[in-house]
Design a protein around this ligand. Structure first.
Ligand code: SIN
Length: 462
């Protein structure tokens, strides 16, 4: 049986080897999840809610242990891992409540002899594929609404960071959520994806990851007309206008750019600053970025952990090299600490100025701690630049002029917008993208919708 080696990206140490399941074992898990749906979907919503709430409490009881495990396998600073555990239980808490609010409705008929009733039902067995950058939060964002709606759930966690996600689900078992109601399977991503999309028992696929893989899953899911929710790539613009509060913009841009070492779909990727304030912003931003500490996330005071793997590292370095070759200047960073043999790749937070649209970094998602700054003259130009991407996940802007703020909100083609806010993600709000950034929304009242079918009953002869 082949094994996955889970290593610490900060030190290269082996954390654990876990077995991959065979195709037959994955098929069996699907069969069990499908069978379990009959019972779980009939459990009353208040009981499902109680169990999800208990799961959340159990995760919180074990927060420190889970956060450490996450830092070990993912590399993110321990404080960020703790924050992710809170973010994950916020999804459990929110959907434990939403379970009790899956309302139907009645519709006035066009004759007194009829009544029309609309009810909502859980969709069935849901299959999820979750990413390495937020190993428990992305699982919680999918599993919580699925279980709350009455669906059963099977997930393939990322092979780079499966341990914290698996542990997160083990806590669900500890509070009495049955094993077949929520399951994890380990296997090669492509193979598991194909098994999921070929299965008639699975009614919905939910995925967070790259746009390329998302497109493949959407194409394959057409075979059985499975429902899909896709949270895909991003290339977030961050606009700083001439009237912006520069101190606030600097502080929030650091937060938006360097969370998880820039390995976040909603990370600010293109910093677009009005020409009248670009020098002031750049200088203050660079001086804040200089203060960020790079290293092993388990150590106190570390802000930037390692890059997850060599592939991710190479992409970042290529983007920096390309920008510098085309005339950009690195004010901070452009430094690396690498041990290829051990598999450790650190990129120091980098600020690039004199960036132009000819540079790759302005067109491709970086997924690393690099902040390219460009300047603009008119707001129309800033909007055009911001929207000139196939992606539409998150955008940020900083202005204290309400007319400018509403103009930007109206014209930016992105699903999530932060106005004077570098951290808009929240369990109680709809997260998701436009264009090639995905389909559907997760979080908030919108996030349970994709797990529900609508059934319409017309009663006649009254
Ligand atoms: C992501 O990177 O996909 C998730 C980030 C978030 O939820 O804020």
């Amino acid at each position: 049986m082949s094994k996955i080696k889970v290593t610490n990206p900060a030190t290269g140490e082996l954390i654990e080897e876990i077995s991959m399941q065979s195709n037959a074992e994955i098929e069996l898990a699907i069969k069990n999840g499908h069978q379990a749906f009959q019972k779980w979907s009939k459990l009353d919503a208040h009981e499902r809610s109680r169990l999800i709430q208990a799961w959340s409490a159990k995760v919180q009881e074990n927060k420190e242990e889970l956060a450490k495990l996450m830092t070990l396998e993912n590399g993110k600073p321990l404080n960020e891992a703790r924050g992710e555990i809170d973010y994950s239980t916020a999804y459990l808490d929110w959907y434990a409540e939403e379970a009790k609010r899956v309302y139907g409705r009645t519709i006035p008929a066009n004759t007194n002899s009829k009544r029309i009733i609309v009810t909502r039902e859980p969709i069935g067995l849901v299959a999820a594929i979750t990413p390495w950058n937020f190993p428990t939060a992305m699982m919680a964002r999918k599993a919580a609404p699925a279980l709350a709606a009455g669906c059963t759930f099977i997930v393939k966690p990322a092979s780079e960071t499966p341990l914290s996600g698996m542990k997160f689900i083990d806590y669900a078992y500890e509070v009495g959520i049955p094993k077949d109601v929520i399951q994890y399977v380990m296997g090669e991503g492509k193979v598991v994806g194909e098994i999921f999309t070929k299965s008639e028992r699975i009614r919905k696929i939910t995925f967070t990851g790259s746009t390329a893989v998302g497109k493949q899953l959407i194409a394959n899911s057409s075979e059985n007309i499975q429902h899909v929710t896709m949270e895909l790539g991003g290339h977030a613009p961050l606009i700083v206008t001439e009237d912006a509060d520069i101190e606030l913009a600097v502080q929030q841009t650091v937060a938006a750019k360097f969370r998880n070492a820039g390995q976040t779909c909603v990370c600010a990727n293109r910093i677009i600053v009005h020409e009248s304030v670009v020098d002031e912003f750049t200088e203050k931003f660079a001086s804040e970025v200089k203060k960020l500490e790079v290293g092993n996330g388990l150590k106190e005071g570390i802000d930037i952990g390692p890059i997850i793997n060599e592939k991710g590292y190479n992409k970042i370095v290529e983007q920096i090299e390309d920008a510098i070759a085309k005339g950009a200047e690195a004010l901070v960073g452009n430094q690396f600490q690498v041990d290829k043999e051990k598999g450790c790749f650190f990129v120091y937070p980098t600020v690039l100025k004199n960036v132009t649209t000819e540079m790759t970094i302005m067109h491709e998602e970086t997924f690393g701690p690099v902040a390219p700054i460009v300047s603009y003259k008119t707001l129309e130009e800033a909007v055009e630049l911001a929207n000139s991407t196939p992606y539409g996940l998150a955008a940020y802007f900083f202005t204290n002029d309400y007319r400018v703020g509403h103009y930007l909100h109206d014209h930016l083609q992105f699903g999530i917008i932060g106005w004077n806010d570098g951290g808009p993600s929240a369990a109680h709000a709809p997260f998701g993208g436009m264009k090639e950034s995905g389909l559907g929304r997760e979080g908030g009242i919108e996030g349970i919708e994709p797990y529900l079918e609508t059934k319409y009953l017309s009663i006649g002869g009254l």
